[in-house]
Design a protein around this ligand. Structure first.
Ligand SMILES: Cc1cc2nc3c(=O)[nH]c(=O)nc-3n(C[C@H](O)[C@H](O)[C@H](O)COP(=O)(O)O)c2cc1C
Length: 239
């Protein structure tokens, strides 16, 4: 029986990994075990919206990564135009021996009560897929495997191209791509907010509400974007 210390350890040690060792294979059994965990994810109305495509073929994986790099071009251009800097996660996932394509079937929205369907069909659908995806990451980590989110898999260009390439029919949607493999090396944990900063007891403690300054400080120092933002500021100061 998994205890809280083991569960906490698993949640703390799991990392998003962006560099993979292509020479190390991942067994069929490992992928089955991971997807077995995903299948027990909670979902709105138990609609279980997920389907998975397991891609191992090297040529296909590299084509997927090429499509990813192409869709990145306007994304980078937009950040450059607005922020003057653009640092996106790269295509290291091409070397992961398995690409899991996480699909959702929106027809399961019919399993929700009518009012739920009208009010929050989309968020319930996405939440179910998110829960399955998180379990995939945790299960992979528990097996000593590395994984990552490639959320641009559902950007219009990449989703369209992947659907054609992999024969994914309508009305299925691509949610995310999750590469699975062995990490090239360890990575440091990105910072997390402290419990005291965001937990409120009995009622909301307004003294903890971040002002504009606090929020921009947070974004600039403790988020993924912040790392990039910090480097940009340093460059500006040097220049
Ligand atoms: C909805 C969502 C989308 C994400 N998209 C990407 C992505 O496209 N590429 C990537 O490398 N990481 C992506 N991530 C991973 C986050 O950057 C990562 O979880 C965060 O920086 C914390 O790092 P950690 O996962 O190592 O704890 C995504 C995470 C979530 C939940």
């Amino acid at each position: 029986m998994l205890n809280i210390d083991e569960l906490r350890q698993l949640t703390i040690q799991r990392r998003s990994i962006r560099g993979y060792d292509e020479s190390r294979e991942v067994s069929h059994e490992a992928i089955r075990a991971i997807l077995e965990c995903a299948r027990w994810a909670p979902s709105g109305g138990n609609g279980q919206p997920w389907e998975f495509v397991v891609v191992r073929d090297k040529e296909t994986r590299h084509k997927i990564a090429d499509i990813y790099m192409k869709q990145l071009e306007p994304k980078r251009e937009m950040d450059l135009a607005v922020r003057g800097t653009a640092k996106m996660t790269g295509d290291g996932f091409r070397h992961a021996p398995v690409h899991l394509i996480i699909l959702g079937d929106p027809r399961v929205k019919e399993s929700y009560p009518i009012r739920t369907k009208l009010e929050k069909a989309d968020s319930h659908f996405i939440t179910g897929l998110a829960n399955a995806t998180l379990l995939i990451h945790l299960a992979a980590d528990s097996l000593g495997l590395a994984s990552q989110y490639v959320s641009d898999a559902n950007s219009p260009y990449m989703e369209t191209m992947l659907k054609v390439m992999l024969g994914i029919p309508e009305p299925l949607r691509i949610y995310h791509l999750v590469p699975i493999g062995y990490a090239k090396g360890p990575v440091a944990a990105p910072p997390r907010r402290e419990l005291e900063e965001f937990v409120h007891y009995e009622k909301y403690d307004v003294s903890k509400l971040r002002g504009e300054e606090g929020m921009s400080q947070f974004i600039m120092t403790r988020t993924l974007q912040g790392g990039y933002g910090r480097r940009r500021l340093e460059e500006e100061q040097k220049g």
